[in-house]
Write a protein that binds this ligand. Structure first.
Ligand code: MN
Length: 180
């Protein structure tokens, strides 16, 4: 996956953000949500896939309420190292403002994440501190072929019902002692 767009937008001599490089993904796929106080406050939602962070900018704080939908604007891939980034992007630079890590953890795709990402319908389970359980990211149908919409697809981040598999990790019952 390419970090070309990510790098083109930034001057790494001036911003504390990492230049990064595409890597092999670990067995567990990471996710991160960064609260980004740029010109407009938003939440950068990032899922590791194919050695980069697939990224969406969510203008409103995500809520773990079933059926809750948030606009999620698809943006360029970010390097995996970005998942640890927090700090201040200097004035006059792309995305100027404070970046804080709002949530992080790992995610489990439900189904084939490559095919589903291309299709624009990803279902997954989040294992974070704030966000857990079943979620979906669904691409909205484009209204026209306006070239200005290119590369800025609107998706929806949706809180799904938690299946047994997606149950929050903290409600695990204590292990029973075996009789034999
Ligand atoms: Mn951002």
């Amino acid at each position: 996956m390419s970090l070309t767009v990510y790098r083109r937008k930034r001057d790494f001599a001036q911003t504390p953000e990492p230049r990064g490089r595409a890597r092999k993904s670990a067995a567990r796929l990471s996710f991160v949500i960064q609260r980004h106080a740029a010109t407009r406050l938003h939440y950068d939602f990032r899922l590791e896939l194919d050695g980069v962070l697939k990224s969406w900018a969510v203008p409103k704080e995500p809520k773990a309420v079933v059926g809750d939908k948030r606009l999620a604007v698809h943006v360029e891939d970010h390097p995996l190292e970005y998942g640890r980034f927090h700090g201040v992007i200097p004035e006059g630079h792309y995305g100027a403002g404070r970046v804080e890590i709002w949530d992080r953890g790992w995610w489990e795709p439900v189904g084939d994440p490559h095919a589903d990402y291309r299709k624009g319908s990803l279902k997954f389970v989040l294992h974070g501190r704030r966000l857990r359980g079943g979620w979906a990211l669904v691409r909205m149908r484009r209204r026209g072929d306006d070239p200005r919409d290119r590369g800025k697809e609107n998706w929806l981040l949706i809180k799904e019902r938690d299946t047994a598999r997606a149950a929050p990790a903290r409600s695990v019952a204590p292990a029973r002692t075996r009789a034999r």
